[in-house]
Design a binder for this molecule. Structure first.
Ligand SMILES: [Zn+2]
Ligand SMILES: [Zn+2]
Length: 352
């Protein structure tokens, strides 16, 4: 199908300036190019990084800002050269909408590590310098190569958070071979953590939650964990010494890394997907004794993100969500900051 209804202005929720509340506005979307699809956004998840960026917690940002990189919707128009998608297809868009496409990582499908930098879904600039606007909006135009197929079998609202929280945890679980016979610990049971537990359990790993308190223990076990420990209890660190093959840390608070490294088996890995703002000291003996790995991991490339969505459909996994109206976004931000969400807010974009 060729372009017939190119949009210019579409409704959105934007932060007009740092730290101010988000409000309804209109933004311009580019005309549908030959390789683009026009997506009618149905749902957009609220990621903690939306709040960091809208409040300039990670440095200077581009305003007005339309956050949102957990996007699920339907293709309503395709450019003349589009081959992957047709009108009516269920699609998603995650944290980036373009990359250089030629560096060694892009050609391997590891676009998230593009040496020339990805084009972020929002708070970023297209190659032509135009600002990008994210998913708190009704429509999005994106190159077909940076869209993902959302299989039947995952509800669109529960699929939206998979595009960031899902892939951020799926990628390190796969890379460090979570599966049968492996013991995986997940630190923190929030948006990322609850997906890490679901995914690790679905991969067949024996999964344990390490959380500050036992407040969410019932949820953790329901999501697939076999054990749940409070890290506020010193006994936890004695009992679990040498237990895990892999620890996925989803929290961004500073942690006593050495204490957690002692929970690993020989050749075990501690992988950060949450990022504390301050540097964290580590005693090198904690790594040397037991040939342990301290690592990090960022989202996933396009092929792996598709693999994750297909895996979730096969295992009937989506995020646990609280669906909200657009006029509840500011309140939802405060609740995310207070860890008062089980486990992801998703905006019904029909209310924008
Ligand atoms: Zn995110
Ligand atoms: Zn690249």
């Amino acid at each position: 199908m060729t372009s017939t209804t190119s949009l210019t202005a579409v409704p959105a929720y934007a932060a007009p300036a740092p730290k101010g509340p988000l409000e309804r506005t209109t933004i311009a979307r580019r005309p549908v190019g030959a390789h683009d699809v026009l997506i009618e956004i149905k749902y957009a998840g609220i990621c903690h990084s939306d709040i960091h960026q809208a409040r300039e917690g990670w440095g200077e940002a581009i305003f007005p800002m339309v956050p949102g990189h957990e996007i699920a919707g339907i293709v309503i128009e395709t450019g003349s050269a589009v081959t992957k998608y047709a009108v009516g297809d269920r699609v998603g868009v995650g944290c980036f909408v373009d990359s250089c496409r030629t560096c060694e990582y892009c050609v391997q499908g590891l676009e998230q590590y593009c040496v020339n930098g990805t084009v972020g879904t929002y708070n970023s600039r297209e190659k032509n310098g135009e600002p990008t606007y994210g998913g708190y909006s009704t429509h999005l135009v994106v190159d077909e190569n940076y869209a993902l197929r959302i299989p039947e079998g995952i509800a669109l609202d529960e699929a939206a958070p998979l595009l960031c929280a899902g892939i951020t945890t799926y990628s390190p679980l796969r890379h460090w071979n979570a599966g049968p016979g492996k013991r995986v610990a997940v630190i923190g049971l929030g948006g990322l953590g609850h997906m890490a537990v679901k995914l690790a359990a679905a991969m067949g790993a024996e999964t344990t939650v390490l959380s500050q308190s036992l407040r969410k223990k019932d949820d953790g076990l329901r999501l697939g964990a076999v054990d749940y420990y409070a890290t506020s209890d010193e006994e936890t660190f004695r009992e679990l010494r040498g237990r895990f093959d892999l620890i996925i840390c989803t929290v961004s608070a500073p942690l006593p890394i050495d204490a957690y490294l002692r929970l690993l088996r020989v050749d075990g890995a501690f992988v950060n997907v949450g990022a504390p703002e301050e540097p964290n000291a580590v005693n090198m003996f904690s790594l040397i004794n037991g040939r342990k790995t301290l690592a990090g991991s960022a989202i996933g490339g396009i092929p792996e993100t598709q693999e994750m969505l297909d895996f979730c459909a096969e295992h009937h996994l989506g995020a646990d969500i609280e669906l909200i109206r657009a006029d509840q976004i500011n309140e939802a931000y405060e609740r995310v900051l207070a860890s008062d969400v089980r486990y992801r807010f998703v905006i019904d974009t029909a209310t924008i």
